[in-house]
Design a protein around this ligand. Sequence first.
Ligand code: GLC
Length: 749
Amino acid sequence: MNRIKTIISICLLISLITIGNLYAQQKTIPQKVEDLLKKMTLAEKIGQLNQLNGDWEATGPITKDVGSKLDAIKRGEIGSVLNIVGVQHTRAFQDAAMQSRLKIPLLFGQDVIHGYSITFPIPLAEAASWDMPAIEKSARIAATEAAAGGVHWTFAPMVDIARDPRWGRVMEGAGEDPYLGSLIATARVHGFQGKGLGNLDAVMSCAKHFAAYGAAIGGRDYNSVDMSLRTLWEIYLPPFKAAADAGAATFMNSFNDLNGTPASANSYLMRDILKGKWGFKGFVVSDWGSIGEMINHGYVKNNYEAANASINAGSDMDMESRSYINNLAKLVADKKVSVSTIDEAVRRILTKKFELGLFDDPYRFSNAEREKSVLNTPEHVEAAREMARKSIVLLKNEHNVLPLSKDLNSIALIGPLVTAKKEMKGFWSLDVGDETKIVSLYEGMQQAAGKTKLLVAKGCDITDTSRAGFDEAYKTAMHADVVIMAMGERPDMTGEAKSRSNIHLPGVQEDLIKAIMATGKPVVVLLMSGRPMVFNWTADHVPAILYTWWLGNQAGNAMADVLYGNYNPGAKLPITFPRTEGQIPIYYNHYNTGRPAHGDNDVNYTSAYIDLPNSPKYAFGHGLSYTTFGYSNLRFSKKFLSKNESITVSFDLQNTGKYAGEEVAQLYLRQMVSQPVRPIKELKGFQKVMLQPGETKTITFTIDKQKLSFYNDQLQWITEPGEFGLMIGSASDDIRLQDSFSLVNTPAH
Ligand code: GLC
C-alpha cells in the first residue's frame, strides 16, 4: 500500500512540476519581466542601466575603474558590456553574471557597422549602390557572423543625415537625402534583425545618433546643432522614424546639443517624439560618456544632475559615464527620480534580454562550433565582392578609356594605395577577420590581368609632401599602355573624431597625377576615401575616374571586376561633392531663394559666389555606366489628383549602348508654390533597372499624397493643393524628362 502511495505522490509531484513549467513557459514576456522586477532590489535595477566597456579596444575616452569589472558584474552592477567579442570572451563575462544573485544575463554590444569577420564596404559606399536588397543582405551577413561571435546587439545602423563632408562620420551613414536614407535605414534594421530577436542569427539593431548629429556646425564632430524644428522633422528625423517603423530594437542618442539641449537629456526627442508620438517600445542607450559630458556642455553641474536629467528625459542605459550607477540610488532617495521611472527603463531592457532568449540560455550566442562554421564562408566572401562592385561610382569615362582591354601588354599601377590591404576596411571595421584575406588592388589585378604585365610604383605617400618617388613613377608609366592610379585618404582620416577642414586629396597626390598625365598615357584614377574629397584638377583633366570609397575585404577583386568590365558600374552618389570647402553646406534639395542663379556663372545680383561656379563638382545621384540610357515617352494616368487619390507616371528607359548595365532612374518632385517654400527638387522615388543592349523597359512610379506632403510651420504633416513639377533623370543634375501635374481640392474628374 505504501508503495502505491509513494508512486502516486511521485506522479502527482511530476505533474505539478510539469504544470508549473508549462505555466512558466506560457507566461508572456511582460509577465516574466514583472515577476523579475518584483524580485530586484533598487541597486540591481540600477545595475541593469549601467553599460561599461569590456577593457578591450575603447571607442571613446577611458575612465579608470576601481576594482575589477567581473566583480562588479557578479555584484549585479553592470547590465551590459560593449567591445567584447568572441565566444570565449563573452562566455567568461557571462559566467560572472551567472554568479550574481538573480543571474540576469549580460547584453553584449558591438559596433558591427559594415561587417564582422568579413568586412563589407563602408556604409556610405553601400548607400551608393541604391540597392536595398544588397544592403539588407550585407547587414544580414554581418549579423549572422556577429551573433555567432557572441554579439547580441550592434550599434548600427547609423542613420544620421549628413550634408557636410568635413564631418568624418559621413562615412558611416547613407548621405544627404531623407528618402534614400529612410529606405536604407529600413534595409539595415531588417538585415540586422532578420526574422526577429531570438533567432540565433539575429542581433538587436540600434538606430543612431538620435538626433541630428550629422548637422554639427562646421562639420566639426561633437559640435552643437542648431536648426529649425521644421528642418529637424523634414530632413533629419525621417530615417529614424523609418528605423523605428522597421522595428529597431534600440536607439542611441547623440553627443550634440540640439538647440541648446544635449540629446542625452532631450525629452522632446526621447519622450515626446520617440517613445510618445512614435510609440517606441525598445530602449535608448546613451552614447559613450554622453550623459557625463553634459557637465562639459554646461547643462548640468555634476554627474548627479546629469543622471537626473537623462533618466527623466528617457535615456534608459548609461554607456560608460557611470552617472547612473553612482547617483541614481541617491536621486531616488532625494525623490528627484521615481522608482517607476527606473522601473520603466529596466522593463525596456529586460524585455529585450527575454526576447533574445538569454534567460532561457545566457550562452546561446556563444557557441564555439557555430562560430567556426559561420564566419568567413565562401558565400559571405562572394556577397562582399558583389556589394563592393555595386558600390563603385564611375564619375567619368571619356574616350572610353574603360573598360580595360585584356590585350594590353602592360599596365602601370601607381599610387600609395596600390598594394594597401587593411586600409581597404575603412573606419569602424573590426579586428576579427584575417587581414591577409583582404584583397588589394594589386592582388585583384593580378587575378584579372591574364597575360598583361603589371608594373608597380608608389610615387608618393598619402599625406607626406615628398616628391622623391615621382621620377620612378613617371618612368614606370612610360613603360605601360595604360596607367591606373590608386589615390586617396588614409582610412583613419574619416570616421569618428576625424573632421577635416580641408578635404582636398591629401599630400602631393594631385601633383603626382599631373606628372603622370604628362606622360600622355591613358590614365584611370581610383579615389579611395570615406567622404567626398576635393580633386578639381583631376576631375577636369583625367579621362576616367572611379570613386571606390573603402570597399572592405574584396576591394581589389571588385575594382578589377569594374576596371575590366566584368561588372558594369551602376552606382550613384548618395551625397553631393563640393568644388571646395567654401561651398559647404551644399546639397541638392535646397530652396530656390529670391535671386536664384541661372547656371554656373550668373553672378548678377544672384545667390552665387563670384569666385566659383554655383554648381557642385558632382551632384547627388551622379554616376555613369559603360553603356548609355535613353529616357522617353513620359505619360501620366492623369494630370490632376485630389489628396486621397494617386496617379501613375510612366516612361520608357532604353539601353542605348553596347554593354548590359543597370540604371538608377530617379524621380524628383517640386511643389511650385507653397507656404513655407519647398525645395527646388526632392527625391521621391527611384528604380534600379538592368537592361541588355537595346532593351527598353517601361518604368512606372505611383504618386500619392505621401509623396506630396510636408511639414508646415506648425509641424503638421500636410498637403497643399497646387502645381507640382515632376522631373525624371539619371542624376539630380541630369534631368531627362519633365512635366507637371496638380493636386486639387476636389476629386479629379
Ligand atoms: C562611440 C560612437 C558610437 C559607438 C559607441 C560605442 O563614441 O559615437 O557610434 O556606437 O561609441 O562604440
